[in-house]
Design a protein around this ligand. Structure first.
Ligand SMILES: Nc1ncnc2c1ncn2[C@@H]1O[C@H](COP(=O)(O)OP(=O)(O)OP(=O)(O)O)[C@@H](O)[C@H]1O
Length: 305
């Protein structure tokens, strides 16, 4: 199946400054792709290039198989975009605004009501149609922003920091919404929140100084490392390396070890094996900080224990 986004050797210069340097990647159907990078890394510039707002200095963008430069209308039809600041009119009612957005996306007049109904239903806005946007909570305003991005049923959605400024409950709801949308399309999600990438994304790209410095799956990073804290006893812990499925042991603090495991591991079996050695286990958890470690390594060149 063709990639939803296919970008090849994209660069963008502002006078002498290279904001994006020779970036290539694909977004596949059903995939949520996390887009990470420090401030000024080039994320917004890349997203603006993909959405057709900004022309690249060189390189090509294909959306749903259409070349953005040669067939811009067909290419943009395949794309929904929620910028960092949602493009809302606070004085409009939700229904009125979504009808307006649908017309901008050239949804036919016979399909308008159905398109608005469907976008509201997908975003949990069924009962909000008559509400004035400016009176909605920030979480619901964000849902309206996502509804305008999907109103024309695009196959690809770009979301720029969609949970910024939301409370923890709203964050959880928007993340669930993003995951549910991914079943029908592909999503490029820019964020500064590493746990968000781990909660929502299938794959992550890290940008640094305009260059793509890392690309990898997210689930593998989460699952293959366990942090183990043992009781403070003066005993030999060499046995850890001999436990089933353990391929590497790194001491990371007093009585604390990071175990790298092969792909078949079961945390419960590791816990049982440690106890079986007569040791006392205080804590065992998945290494959620792995992405943070990678991010720091590729953007600062530091090795984080
Ligand atoms: N219009 C512009 N003119 C000149 N330089 C620009 C312009 N827009 C962006 N830049 C520069 O290009 C680089 C990349 O900026 P960009 O906004 O794409 O980064 P970003 O990763 O989105 O950052 P942030 O996370 O802070 O939004 C930065 O050095 C920025 O100063």
């Amino acid at each position: 199946m063709a990639a939803l986004i296919h970008i090849e050797n994209i660069s963008r210069h502002y006078a002498d400054h290279c904001a994006v340097a020779d970036i290539s990647f694909d977004l596949q159907p059903g995939e949520v792709l996390g887009f990470l990078g420090p401030n000024g890394a080039g994320k917004s510039t890349t997203m603006q290039i993909i959405s057709g707002v900004l022309a690249p200095s060189s390189g090509t963008v294909q959306l749903n198989g259409f070349d953005l430069q040669k067939e811009p209308i067909q290419a943009k039809r395949a794309l929904g975009y929620l910028p960092e600041v949602p493009p809302l009119y606070p004085e409009m009612r939700v229904d009125e605004y979504l009808h307006y957005c649908a017309r901008l996306h050239r949804v036919g007049s016979s399909e308008l009501n159905q398109a608005v109904r469907q976008a509201k239903q997908r975003c949990g806005l069924e009962s909000m149609g008559k509400r004035v946007i400016g009176n909605l909570s920030k979480g619901y305003q964000q849902r309206v922003g996502i509804a305008q991005a999907i109103i024309h049923n695009p196959r690809t959605i770009i979301l720029d920091e969609p949970t910024s400024g939301l409370d923890p409950n709203q964050v959880r709801e928007i993340r669930q919404l993003i995951r549910s949308l991914a079943s029908e399309c592909g999503i490029l999600l820019s964020t500064h929140i590493l746990p968000e990438v781990q909660a929502v994304c299938d794959r992550v790209l890290i940008l640094h100084q305009g260059r793509l410095v890392y690309s990898g799956p997210v689930s593998r990073q989460q699952q293959n490392r366990l942090l183990v804290t043992l009781a403070p006893e003066s005993r030999d812990r060499d046995y850890l390396a001999t436990l089933p499925d353990v391929v590497k042991v790194e001491p990371i603090g007093p009585q604390q070890y990071c175990l790298t495991l092969d792909s078949n591991h079961q945390p419960g079996e590791i816990a049982a094996a440690i106890v079986g050695q007569g040791d006392r286990l205080c804590e065992l958890r998945t290494d959620q900080d792995d992405l943070e470690r990678i991010f720091t390594q590729v953007t600062l060149g530091e090795s984080v224990p």
